[in-house]
Design a protein around this ligand. Sequence first.
Ligand code: NOJ
Ligand code: CA
Length: 670
Amino acid sequence: MKFKDVFILFVILVLFFGAACTSGKELVLQSPDGNKEVRIILNEKGQLFYQLKGYQQQIILASQLGLTGNINFGKALSLENVERKQFSEVWKPVWGPNNSIGNRYNELSLTIQNQKKYLLKLHVRLFNDGLGFRYEIPRQSGLDSIIIRKELTEFNIAQNGTAWSIPANFDSYEMLYRTTGISEVADANTPVTFKTDKGIYLSIHEANLTDYAGMTLKNIGGTNFEVNLVPWPDGVKVRLKDSLLSPWRTITISKNAAGLVESNLIQNLNDPCVLDAADWIEPMKYIGIWWGMHLGIETWTMGPKHGATTENMKRYIDFAADHHINAVLAEGWNTGWENWGKPKAFDQTTAYADFDIPEIVRYAKAKGVELIGHHETGGDYLYYEERMEKAFQQLHEQGIRVVKTGYAGPIPNGQHHHGQKMVQHYRKVVKMAAKYHLMVDAHEPIKATGISRTYPNMMTREGARGMEWNGWSAGNPPEHHVILPFTRCLGGPIDYTPGTFDILYKNRGKYRKWNSNDKGNSRVNTTLAKQLALWVCLYSPLQMASDMISNYKDQPAFQFFKDLPADFEASKVLAAEIGDYFAVARRKGDNWYIGAITDENAREITLDLSFLKEKTKYKASIYADDENTRLKDNPTAIKIMQRVVDCHTKLSVKMKKSGGQAIEIEEIKE
Ligand code: NOJ
Ligand code: CA
């Protein structure tokens, strides 16, 4: 696989002003297609603002910019210098829903001086599909410590409309989305997505979150939001030695919901791959000893119901080998689970006595199956940092290429999961993992901000209310899955772990309640066909079939997962409305894979297959809700059919309540 960005069409330095400017200035930047315009304004008080127009209307009204702390870049600023450039490239990611990404923007970089003669740079990039801007405090004499107490950035949305948001939270993204008026959003984590009353879709997020605090938004009146950074225990937001480069603040803009999903703005605002080689990085499909614990049938701890035993692992390895699944995960393989919740609980270097690693490694190798290591930390990143390198070294020596991490518990010393300290930690893990040729699947992670472009071993992450919640709570509601593609997933791949086949837990038998959210009414609130479709809709380069393998036995519908590639070459959104429905087609070689899903409403949508090659016939294998499928009491009824399709086909897709459809389209070779 290629790892280097295929690079540089042209970079032109268009203009350079050396002269100092006084305040009361306006600078205008247009997108390459001329459709959007950002205006940077320095008012008479020397305060900095921006405004954004697109599709012949105001999108963001005058919104403040700046940083304050031990240096004040909030007022009395003057403009020192302006640089402009145009940039265009096509780059090739190591993996992803598309194998080629266009990156074209116009850029404005301002150098600004405050009253005390300290310099701040503001970099602004306007793309056809949105805006990115970031702050830089360059190294300069007299500056040997930077403390940010407040980022002044605002997003003053021009009209009210609908918002899909989760509340701002410094430690978790595992919440249900609220659909409200924009002005009703008191605070939010990002990505947060809006549809204005004038029909413009926008999503606010950040790109390349590196050595800075995570961003949340706070409503400061009407439809105006200001940045509220996740604090250190003493209230400081960001502390750095002598220079600062903030993440990009991003606004993705589209005239339709599909455009948000198809945008590559977030990755484009990240740096190219820095790894020397990436040939060891490979997307995979996996199964694992996992769901049994969430259902309370098995335990992470050693004992009579222990899930991660040598014997059980061999069953999973056999299943993976028989069904051409790349890898197997085991949770609860190492000592410490009995101390979950206490400090220094987990030892990621020592296996339980009934998990014979050398034997499992030998067995998996003989069967051509990969193993996925698991490092739960309980949130104790400090203790993990002590053991991490040794633990990674061990995995590497065992020939293991993937590690799933977890931070299920509070962060020590009053730090937050999403604060600067943990942003540093999560990056440390990714870099150390790269050293030992490990791909990372992070749970309870820092949000996805596109850093996989730079570190393509950062494969996938949770950072959303995933499948696990269905095991021990009333479950994720039907609309959750048709909001995720337009919110959380805009940041990057998600390890949602779809694939429950025993939807009503008929095979659960006796279980032990282990989670306080469990009110005895747990279930998966979808049909089986929707579970299959989620494997396509919720893109992940490590994609899990998450049910216990016993529930896949003799299930014809499992064929869809067997046939599904672990990665794709091109993706196309076929139908999309936030919170209602989503259909996407992904291509690998000559074949296409479609996932279509709906919310709590049954619906029929028509998919236009004009993206198929002309004069070519294809065999479509369709996995659909059938006449008898009922979310409430018969969600597993599924109809599997085949038909011939071509580029003229208009495919009618009927979905029951919280239903879906999964389709494999294979070229018929003459
Ligand atoms: C939470 C993770 O999201 C889940 O996948 C994992 O099984 C548990 N923590 C235990 O590590
Ligand atoms: Ca989780």
